[in-house]
Design a protein around this ligand. Structure first.
Ligand SMILES: [Zn+2]
Length: 168
């Protein structure tokens, strides 16, 4: 496997600094990380010292946590995805910094991909992003929502955008 694997449910994970360059040894595979995971790993202590991007991508991180049981996000799905896709999001998709537990949208049994925050430079001007934020505001009965308080997701196949809330 490449040292810098892609993550379909979090395609900009490297740009979002879910990883940082490091030659520290990975606690799961023992090899130099190259790209070391920077986000929290939800598991029983002790927390692993370092986990590489390869071991996030293939789930080998399980070897470095008690009982092999862990998650990478503090979240819930809004609909139940298939067990296989749920596991890919929970354990093999890098996390990102949020203030609170958040909702990860699922449509038709498939989780959407996390693109970033509504205020990000590459998302803020997009009409479909603005529309998704407007839908969320309407659901909440709010006049408008600060784009920086919103997580933006997009369907893997197709053009469906969904915004969910992460208030600070
Ligand atoms: Zn590793």
């Amino acid at each position: 496997m490449t040292d810098k694997p892609a993550f379909r449910f979090h395609p900009d994970a490297y740009a979002h600094q879910s990883f940082e360059p490091s030659d520290e040894a990975c606690a799961a595979c023992g090899r130099p990380c190259v790209w070391k995971y920077t986000q929290h790993i939800y598991a029983l202590p002790p927390a692993p010292a370092a986990i590489c991007a390869r071991c996030i991508a293939d789930g080998n991180a399980a070897n470095a946590v008690p009982d092999g049981d862990y998650g990478l996000h503090d979240f819930s799905f809004d609909e139940e995805p298939s067990e296989e896709l749920a596991r890919e999001v929970e354990q093999r998709t890098p996390g990102f910094a949020t203030y609170n537990p958040f909702v990860w949208p699922v449509r038709g049994g498939a989780p959407l991909a996390f693109l970033g925050f509504g205020g990000d430079a590459n998302l803020a001007g997009e009409a479909k992003v603005k529309a998704a934020i407007a839908v969320l505001a309407k659901e909440m009965g709010a006049e408008e929502i600060n784009p920086g308080d919103v997580l933006i997701f997009k369907a893997l196949n197709g053009d469906t955008y969904v915004a969910t809330l992460d208030l600070d």
